[in-house]
Each structure stands twice: as C-alpha cells, then as structure tokens.
Design a protein around this ligand. Structure first.
Ligand code: ZN
Length: 325
C-alpha cells in the first residue's frame, strides 16, 4: 500500500513524502488516531517507501521488498505488541526489540520497528525505550501507534514526532468499503455509522446490519402510545451500552432522513431494502412532524454521548415517536 493509495490523509502523506524525498525522516514517530483510520497503512507506506529503491518519495508497491512489507513478512520489520495472554507490553519485549535493532538489517537499508498500542507499554518498558528513541541502534526507524498520545509518558511523547490522524470522512469510508467489494446499498448505510473507522465499519457489517435494521423497524412499528408497555419494551430491547445505543440512534437518524427524502419526493435513500417501512414512516405524519422527530433523535444522540442513561433516554424518545401528533 504505497502513499499514492492512501485515502483521506493528504497533508500527512505530503509531509512524510517530503521527508523521504529530502532524507529527513524522524528517528521516531508517534501516530495518534482512532483504530481503523489508516495509521497502520500509513506506517507501512512509510516503511515501504524507505525500503523501496524505485522512487525517492514513495514505494513502487510491486518489488519483492514492497510485497514483503505489505504481506507482513519483511525480516527487517520488528513488531512489538502485547503477547496473546497479556494486557501490557513488557520490558522483556523491549529488550528483545533493542537487541534485534542492534543487528545488521538483512536486506533493507535500515530496520524498522512498530509498537502498538504504545500506551500499553508498562512503565518499565516505556522507560527503557527512552534511550532507544534518542539514539535508535543502527539508525532504525521507530513508529509508535496509539489512540491517545495523552496516555503516554511525556518523556516518550517529546522524543517522537507526533502526527495526528483525523477519523476518515464518511465519503472515504464509503469508497474504501466499495473497493473492498461491499455492495453499494450496505456500504452507504454503514459508512455514516462507522465514526470514521474502517475497523468499526467492518464490525458493523459482520453484525448483520440487515437483520438489526429489520428488528428495529419491527419494534418501531409495534409501538403504541396507548399501550405504554410496548414503548418501554422496545426501549428495553433496543437499548444497550452507550456505544450500542449510539449505533441504534444512528440507524434511526438514517431512517428518518430517508423518510424526509421520500416525503419530499426524492428517491435518494440509504435504506433501499427497507423502502416500504420507510414509506410508512414518511406517510404516517406531516413532514414537519417527521422533521421534529429527526431533531429529537439527534438531540437524544447528543444526550447519550454526554452520559445520559441510554435506557431512560430511549424511553423518552420512543414515547415521543409513538405519540401520533
Ligand atoms: Zn518497491
């Protein structure tokens, strides 16, 4: 995955390409961003570009070196991550890394090391890394990946060049999902719910979004304000922890947006396979009421994000939705 193929981080890519071109890459980088936003891809692109002989500021993507980096089998890349049954990265792992970096590279001009997630280094491990970051053995390149640089020791942070990755835009997620072979209908539903993370987008897909969508629609259609238990039951069944509730609210937002599109005579909807259910939402009430409900759902989403109790927030919202006028 050369830089040329990375979506959505143009400024970062430009800075890194310039540093390759001028031979002024840092010894140590700290890449901060949510998982699934492209930090790892950018890391591999930087290493590929540094190892590949064919261009001065990007990798060719096809030579043996580039293929080994992409395939995770390049002997000059050392990866440090928590061992399978451990929470933290231990000082022993750091010592092993330091020993490996001090050996001559097999085929690349220098060795590279990726530490992920960097915030999981034990304090001892982090302390033992300080000197390595200042003077990497054999001029090695060290890249630390984290979701939150604030969780690292300030002494580690100050020795690395910090690069902050923004979440991907829904448009970029959509493009990446379609490139990965997902059908356009599913991709356009998942992209806005992914929070800018491809990892999240793929998890959403695996959870069988279509089944969840049907469950939500069926619960919504059974709610009746005159049978208040049906409202509370739906809130009970559909709420979960904060994150699950936020996903549910994203789904509701996409339904009501679609309902507004249909009511306004536009066929441009995201939930195409649930069209008849959305039409019911669209035609049951005047358009102004649908807009009010959409705003109420968005407000509930903000409340849940700011720590409102998910179940109580949904009780309140669903009573509002079930009320006919
Ligand atoms: Zn190459």
């Amino acid at each position: 995955m050369p830089f040329a193929d990375i979506l959505g981080h143009e400024r970062i890519v430009e800075v890194l390409r310039r540093s390759l071109r001028t031979g002024k890459t840092a010894h140590s980088y700290l890449f901060e961003g949510i998982s699934g936003c492209g930090r790892k891809k950018t890391t591999l692109a930087l290493i590929q570009g540094m190892f590949c002989q064919s261009a001065d500021d990007d990798a060719c993507g096809v030579c043996p070196s580039c293929r080994k980096v992409a395939g995770g089998s390049h002997a000059d890349i050392h990866i440090v991550e928590p061992l399978p049954d451990k929470r933290d990265i231990s000082i022993d792992q750091l010592r092993e890394m330091q020993r490996t970096l001090s050996l001559r590279p097999y085929e690349a001009p220098r060795k590279a090391c990726i530490i992920e997630p960097a915030e999981r280094m034990s304090v001892n491990a982090a302390n033992s890394l300080l000197k390595t970051l200042e003077e990497p053995p054999g001029d090695a390149l060290i890249i630390l990946l984290t979701e939150n640089a604030g969780l690292l020791l300030p002494t580690i942070r100050s020795r690395c060049q910090l690069i902050r990755f923004a979440p991907l835009s829904p448009e970029h997620i959509l493009t990446l999902l379609e490139q990965s072979g997902m059908d356009a209908d599913t991709a356009s539903l998942i992209a806005p719910m992914s929070g800018g993370s491809m990892q999240k987008a793929i998890e959403l897909d695996n959870e069988s979004l279509a089944a969840r969508r049907e469950n939500v629609i069926s619960r919504l259609s059974q709610m009746n304000i005159n049978k208040i238990a049906s409202v509370f039951d739906a809130a009970e069944a559909l709420s979960g922890n904060r994150e699950e509730t936020l996903e549910l609210l994203d789904l509701l937002i996409s339904f009501y947006r679609d309902a507004l599109h249909l009511a306004a005579g536009s066929g441009e909807i995201v939930n195409r396979s649930a069209r008849s259910a959305i039409e019911t939402i669209a035609t049951r009430r005047p358009i102004s009421r649908t807009m009010e409900l959409l705003e109420a759902i968005c407000q509930t989403r903000r409340d849940v994000q700011r720590n409102a109790n998910p179940k109580l927030a949904l009780d309140h919202l669903f009573m509002n939705i079930a009320a006919e006028t």
